[in-house]
Design a protein around this ligand. Structure first.
Ligand code: CIR
Length: 260
């Protein structure tokens, strides 16, 4: 039986363009190097493809420096997709650019029209519900509109809180299987994962919390050996990708694709 929370046949990615050096960041820890980033991006796409999935690779969008972080533009579910309304003004136009690709893949394509805001990075779909973290990018009105849309497809949304100073809910957690979550201690401490099996990212490796379970493997950022070992011991097959350039823009493994 397939599990729609981590078994996927397709993904959408977008290559970074030259303008990526102007991408949003909470703190300036250096300018991303496009060459290194393209190399890491290609390795990421290869990791997705190696599971047998088809990857739709979109062209760079120079007008939108953060457009490689496609996850924030939509939520893809088995019965349909929902276009988001990013809270970051500079990212709002990315949604219209994603629309044609999703039109080709989904018969039922809905849209969050506002006035609220919501970004895909704040949404975690588990086997039993959809968790949405309120953050600087996602507000109550956005969560409310998403709740109404996905109710049509039989989903319950639970609003939770993205910790202050954390960009997105999924910056600090990932789904490993329908019932298992990889989380930082600071996020789990909020109680939002009660009833789930939670694996904590070892102290000092918080940046490893943003991973993706994509078919068999868990794809995670390289450079976090204790997290990799913990996942391996828990029975997951780990694939590591260099995330040093995306990390300069607060991006991680989930941000780089839409999976369905
Ligand atoms: C931003 O600030 O919007 C981008 N520089 C990073 C987006 C990361 N996306 C994600 O976590 N889903």
């Amino acid at each position: 039986m397939t599990d729609p929370t981590y078994q996927f046949t397709r993904a959408i990615t977008r290559r970074p363009g030259q303008s990526v050096i102007d991408g949003l960041r909470a703190e300036d820890i250096g300018t991303p190097d496009l060459g290194n980033m393209l190399e890491a991006h290609a390795a990421y796409v290869t990791a997705l493809q190696s599971t047998g999935a088809k990857v739709i690779e979109l062209e760079p969008l120079e007008a939108f420096p953060d457009a490689l972080f496609v996850e924030d533009t939509a939520l893809c579910l088995p019965k349909g997709a929902v276009l988001m309304r990013p809270g970051a003004p500079s990212r709002r136009g990315e949604v219209a650019e994603m629309k044609p690709a999703l039109r080709d893949c989904f018969e039922d394509l809905r849209e969050v029209t506002g006035p609220g805001h919501i970004e895909g990075g704040d949404i975690l779909v588990t086997g039993r519900e959809i968790l949405v973290g309120r953050s600087d990018r996602t507000d109550a009105a956005g969560v409310g509109q998403l709740t109404e849309i996905v109710a049509d497809w039989g989903y319950a949304v639970r609003e939770v809180i993205t910790p202050p100073g954390v960009l997105h809910f999924k910056t600090d957690c990932s789904l490993l299987d329908a019932e298992t979550i990889l989380s930082t201690r600071r996020l789990d401490a909020s109680g939002c994962f009660e009833g789930y099996r939670v694996l904590h990212v070892p102290e000092g490796e918080e940046a490893a919390a943003n991973a993706i379970r994509f078919n068999d493997p868990v794809i995670m950022a390289a450079g976090f050996p204790r997290t990799a070992e913990m996942l391996d011991r828990a029975g997951f097959r780990v694939v590591e990708i260099d995330n040093r350039e995306s990390a300069k823009l607060d991006g991680g493994m989930s941000c780089l694709s839409l999976r369905f």
